[in-house]
Design a protein around this ligand. Structure first.
Ligand code: FES
Length: 176
């Protein structure tokens, strides 16, 4: 399911529509256009795919099919706390798939998706280069080694608490 676009994203999308004119109107431009849009928006919302289909005068299904074929494209905005679960060999043999499933269950989204409040997104990644700490999960830029399914809830709760503390401080600041 598509997440609602922010006003800023809607604005960018409008601009992109007119800037599409700088690309030749030919099918061979499809991938460069998708890459260009992803650079600007950091993901490919369905509205952008519709605009590309219209501009290149090809079916939406074709644009969608090409975009989903390549794993360089994402269809959901990255969350403020992107979770990347390593599923490289060393992590996989230590149960990384169960960790991934646990994040999916706790957050109610699938890998490749973002929570509706955009707080979290989940991605599976290949070896992140610290196999000695397997299984490994990255939360933002922080590496969490020796991960376990039982640690998933704690990590999510920690982010929620940090957010709550920031909110309270912001409100306190606003009242001073
Ligand atoms: S396989 Fe996960 S860090 Fe190398």
């Amino acid at each position: 399911m598509d997440l609602e676009l922010s006003p800023e994203e809607r604005q960018k999308l409008q601009e992109l529509k007119s800037e599409l004119q700088s690309f030749k109107r030919e099918r061979g431009q499809l991938i460069p256009i998708l890459q260009w849009i992803q650079e600007r928006l950091s993901f490919l919302p369905s509205q952008a795919l519709e605009s590309v289909a219209e501009y290149l005068q090809i079916a939406y299904a074709e644009v969608f099919g090409v975009a989903t074929f390549y794993n360089q494209f994402r269809f959901h905005p990255p969350g403020r706390n992107p979770i990347r679960v390593c599923l490289g060999t060393a992590c996989h043999v230590k149960g990384a798939d169960i960790i991934l499933e646990n994040f999916e269950r706790k957050l109610g989204i699938r890998e490749g998706e973002t929570t509706p409040d955009r707080e979290f997104s989940i991605e599976r990644v290949a070896c992140v280069g610290c196999c000695a700490l397997a299984p490994v999960t990255l939360m933002g830029e922080t590496v969490h080694g020796y991960m376990a399914p039982s640690k998933v809830e704690g990590l999510i709760t920690r982010v929620a608490i940090e957010k709550e503390v920031r909110e309270r401080e912001r409100k306190k600041g606003a009242h001073v």
